[in-house]
Design a protein around this ligand. Structure first.
Ligand code: ADP
Ligand code: 5GP
Length: 177
């Protein structure tokens, strides 16, 4: 399953809930060149790597998909996802729009889920309230969010993130139902 949606909608919160409450669902750990936020653990939330290592992974064909987002590189290591699928375990990749489009063409059988905010104002409040980005970066992420929200119709299903547990359980239902 691909889980996408604008920055600040709550994707990481939903994924954290799934990690804690539904350990039978595998969650892909992306590589990124972004610096860790307070509380983010290397190997759990991301593998934090430098641009040279990222380029090496692209060149080696190690990434299922990758994209640049808000000035940093993000990618999905292919091997763990293939291992989950080969073992018959459900796996979620939480990625932005360009990556979701790549997976749509390379793995058309993956269910594409869009996590949407209850309103634009709530999205702005959540992204600003997280207080992990400088104002210029928040503005850039909100500009991209408009593009991502306009692409909601490309996805198989939309889940509104009013409440993290309810949105997460709806996603579990989509995976297991
Ligand atoms: P994303 O991973 O999509 O960028 P986050 O999970 O970091 O978003 O959430 C952005 C902010 O919104 C965080 O401060 C988070 O605690 C908060 N948040 C997420 N989901 C909800 C929700 N359903 N209700 C209220 N606040 C939320
Ligand atoms: P953040 O910096 O807020 O953690 O992530 C920024 C954006 O990058 C989010 O939309 C997140 O879903 C996306 N992202 C995280 N990992 C990947 C990945 O491996 N590939 C792609 N394409 N996007 C990712």
């Amino acid at each position: 399953m691909v889980l996408s949606g604008p920055s600040g909608v709550g994707k990481s919160s939903v994924v954290d809930y799934l990690r804690t409450n539904h350990p039978a669902i595998d969650v892909s750990v992306s590589v990124t060149t972004r610096a860790p936020r307070p509380g983010e653990i290397d190997g759990v939330h991301y593998h934090f790597i430098d641009p040279a290592e990222f380029e090496r992974m692209i060149a080696g064909g190690e990434l299922l998909e990758w994209a640049e987002f808000a000035g940093n590189l993000y990618g999905t290591p292919a091997v763990p996802v293939r291992e989950s699928l080969a073992a018959g375990r459900p796996v979620i990749v939480e990625i932005e729009l360009q990556g979701a489009r790549q997976v749509r063409s390379s793995a058309p059988d993956a269910l594409q889920v869009f996590l949407s905010p209850p309103s634009w104002e709530v999205l702005v409040d959540r992204l600003s309230g997280r207080a992990t980005e400088a104002p210029a970066d928040i503005a850039r992420r909100l500009e991209t969010a408009r593009v991502e929200l306009a692409a909601e119709g490309e996805f198989d299903v939309s889940v509104v993130n009013d409440s993290v547990p309810l949105a997460a359980e709806e996603i579990v239902g989509l995976l297991t139902g």
